[in-house]
Design a protein around this ligand. Structure first.
Ligand SMILES: C[S@@+](CC[C@H](N)C(=O)[O-])C[C@H]1O[C@@H](n2cnc3c(N)ncnc32)[C@H](O)[C@@H]1O
Length: 228
């Protein structure tokens, strides 16, 4: 498959389970894959759970195959996940990488609902690395928690699970030098943070509408015009 090159970004529209293994060694994978969780409920709070219908429609509650994270083909990985995925994801990463840390994005504007569960104020990401690919940054950067608003309105780019720039900028500062890939790119939030930091980025997204948004965001982040 021929990718689109936009400055420091190389972008593929297609299935990452087929494309990523063909790319060889990647220094770091930073990704926000489909979470695995129960999105159909909500009871009397369903109407307040904005975006859940889109999450269900686009398969964003169906989870992902852990084997796409291959420790023989990358130095480190940062992977977002739902609370319910931690019990399976942590043993997989523990058996694959030398060390790992569970980190937290604390949402300032979490939905004001709690239907027979805790209020969803935390999102987790796990940073796992092999020797030489450990976390980087200042002491502030090396905090395991970041507090940030969840994107709203136009900053959601028509996607139900866009990650905030502040969160992605912090994560990129923590990731060891080299090429960064996101096999579940969505609207390109990882890539925008990566190219702003002067890093080479490889993104893969199967949904053509989100892929187009990512192309436009990656061009804008580098002050480039999109080819017609
Ligand atoms: C949780 S979203 C990522 C959102 C992203 N962090 C953002 O800020 O826009 C996961 C994305 O992975 C995409 N996806 C799911 N399965 C895929 C696959 N096999 N290959 C490529 N993309 C896939 C979905 O279309 C979705 O846009």
């Amino acid at each position: 498959m021929t990718p689109i090159t936009i400055g420091n970004a190389t972008l593929y529209c297609g299935d990452s389970y087929h494309i990523l293994p063909t790319l060889g060694w990647i220094d770091a994978i930073v990704t926000d894959p489909p979470y695995e969780f129960r999105a159909e409920g909500g009871g009397m709070y369903r109407a307040a759970r904005q975006g859940m219908d889109q999450i269900l429609d686009e398969g964003l509650a169906d989870g992902f195959d852990h084997s796409i994270i291959n420790p023989l083909l990358c130095g480190s990985v940062v992977v977002f996940c739902h609370n319910d995925q931690l019990p399976k994801l942590l043993p997989y990463l523990d058996g694959s990488f030398e060390r790992q840390a569970v980190c937290i994005w604390r949402k300032k504007n979490a939905q004001p609902v709690a239907n027979k569960h805790y209020r969803p104020v935390l999102e987790f990401y796990v940073h796992a690395w092999n020797r030489g690919h450990h976390p980087r940054g200042t002491l502030d950067d090396l905090d395991r928690m970041i507090v940030a608003m969840s994107p709203r309105g136009e900053a959601k780019f028509g996607h139900a699970t866009v990650k905030p720039d502040e969160v992605m900028d912090k994560i990129i500062r923590n990731v060891a030098p080299g090429v960064i890939a996101d096999p579940f790119m969505g609207t390109g939030s990882t890539g925008v943070a990566a190219v702003k930091a002067g890093r080479q980025f490889i993104g893969i997204e199967k949904n053509p509408a989100h892929f187009s948004t990512a192309c436009a965001r990656l061009a804008a982040a580098q002050g480039l015009e999109m080819a017609a």
